[in-house]
Write a protein of this length. Structure first.
Length: 257
């Protein structure tokens, strides 16, 4: 049996260190700009703590899922699959869709292999290998947001093709939110992300896999949809992700009336 538990790290995270440094800087001169930055960093630090507690939650849930009965849903992805920014792990899109699946009367169980900060290479190297020996009724994969600025375009596209190529036939691929009108950087990267979504759509189509069009459901205005870090969705933002995924699920899993 493979090991799913990831030990919590006690050392200071980069985000935690940055938060303390900015707070000291803000206290030195309590200008409005510094106080505003401090409030934003408070939000970032809050979500950074969630990354640990939510991972621990899903580790416990995963252990139970492996011994329970019922159709298995395996989740691959990054912090959005963990539900970071939501008020609890089960208020992210995974929890919201799981409730919808179970509302049909079928005892679905979920194995959440995602992790915060994951990129496409982590799905390839760490998450997909854990599918060996499992027979999931559903696999969902939402990955790529952390690659936008962290992976070269050529490698990003290659990794995406490899990820989609290795997914089981029972899979649904999720595309990426297009960050148009999101901070100042959104307009600059929006065409690039739109191109990545086209690649996701065409590569998934080659394999006959459905695509959950998060890019169509999660659109601006963002007011009221973001967590305190102004990056991750909150409960309401994740509802849009959940709506996109529910719309892409086979009717055998979630009948439509």
């Amino acid at each position: 049996m493979f090991l799913l538990r990831r030990e919590a790290r006690e050392r200071t995270t980069p985000i935690g260190a940055l938060h303390r440094a900015v707070m000291r800087w803000g206290e030195a001169e309590r200008s409005s700009s510094r106080l505003a930055l401090g409030r934003w960093l408070d939000g970032v630090a809050y979500v950074d703590v969630q990354a640990r507690t939510y991972a621990e939650f899903w580790n416990r849930q995963n252990e139970q899922a492996l011994t329970a009965d019922g159709p298995l849903w395996v989740v691959l992805g990054d912090s959005t699959a963990q539900g970071l920014g939501a008020s609890s792990p089960l208020h992210g899109y995974v929890g919201q869709v799981l409730r919808a699946l179970r509302a049909t009367g079928t005892p679905w169980r979920v194995l959440n292999l995602s992790r915060s900060g994951a990129q496409t290479r982590h799905v390839l190297d760490d998450q997909l290998p854990l599918l060996e020996g499992l027979q999931p009724a559903l696999v969902t994969c939402g990955i790529g947001s952390n690659d936008i600025l962290g992976t070269t375009p050529k490698r990003f596209r290659r990794h995406l093709r490899q990820v989609i190529g290795r997914l089981p036939t029972s899979s649904v691929v999720m595309d990426l939110t297009v960050p148009d009108r999101f901070w100042h950087i959104g307009g600059a990267v929006s065409p690039y992300v739109s191109g990545i979504n086209q690649l996701i759509g065409s590569t998934a189509a080659e394999r006959g896999l459905p695509v959950a069009e998060v890019s169509r459901y999660a659109r601006p205005p963002w007011r009221g949809l973001l967590a305190p870090d102004k990056f991750h969705p909150n409960n309401f933002g994740y509802r849009r992700h959940a709506d996109a995924l529910r719309a892409a699920l086979p009717e055998t899993h979630l009948p439509r009336y």
